[in-house]
Design a protein. Structure first.
Length: 219
């Protein structure tokens, strides 16, 4: 499986193929929940199209054997209105920091470890853009499995596997589980050669359940 992670700048059509609803009148986040949730669908699409039109762009896209397979939102923290105004996620020496806020993997490409490739690519992109530090706000399932809806922010294990450290627990929760503010120095290049810990990678991926798996376990 050949995986390539590229910035979304200049790749609007690929972003839209995954994140913009195809059915007219349908709802959807379009990755605007943290940026400006007050906008309607036309405004959300226009905003993200504009971000994809120039650097640094709103995030990174994962391609598997040339097929668009996943998305990670990573950008300067100051561009996420919900984070700037958050009462649940603290501000700890975050001037100039970039934030990793969500992951989306297309059905058919899940359970292949793509969230690791996306996070690795997000770190590399932020480094290339001169970010001094990166933050994430993942959920800590405490060794349990979590559903994909709750796990879109990533897990603590995922971020730890990529050099992030816990700073403090936030007041936010996903799926009843606590979320942590995690950080890593973007100037640290130890991940430059790609993911380093396959055992931790497998463990982090195993904690995210698909809807089908949740239904099977409930029977």
């Amino acid at each position: 499986m050949g995986v390539e992670v590229l910035p979304a700048a200049g790749r609007w059509d690929d972003f839209a193929s995954l994140m913009v609803p195809r059915k007219p009148g349908a709802g959807g986040c379009v990755c605007m929940a943290y940026r400006d949730r007050s906008l309607g669908m036309p405004g959300r699409i226009a905003h993200m199209r504009a971000l994809c039109a120039s650097e640094p762009g709103p995030g990174v896209l994962a391609y598997v054997d040339g097929q668009m397979a996943g998305w990670c939102s990573v950008a300067p923290k100051s561009t996420y209105r919900a984070l700037v105004n958050s009462r649940t996620i603290p501000h700890v020496e975050d001037e100039g920091a970039w934030s990793v806020v969500c992951f989306v993997v297309r059905p058919g490409f899940r359970r292949r470890g793509l969230m690791h490739d996306l996070l690795d690519g997000a770190v590399g992109h932020a480094q290339a853009m001169g970010a001094p530090a990166l933050e994430g706000y993942p959920v800590d399932p405490g060794g349990e499995r979590i559903d994909q809806t709750s796990g879109y922010v990533g897990t603590v294990a995922l971020f730890e596997a990529h050099g992030f450290s816990r700073v403090c627990q936030t007041a936010g929760r996903r799926g009843g589980k606590p979320r942590w503010l995690m950080r890593r120095d973007a100037r640290d290049r130890f991940m430059a050669q790609g993911f380093q810990d396959p055992d931790a990678r497998a463990g982090a991926a195993a904690r995210i359940q698909s809807p089908a798996e949740r239904a099977e376990r409930a029977q």
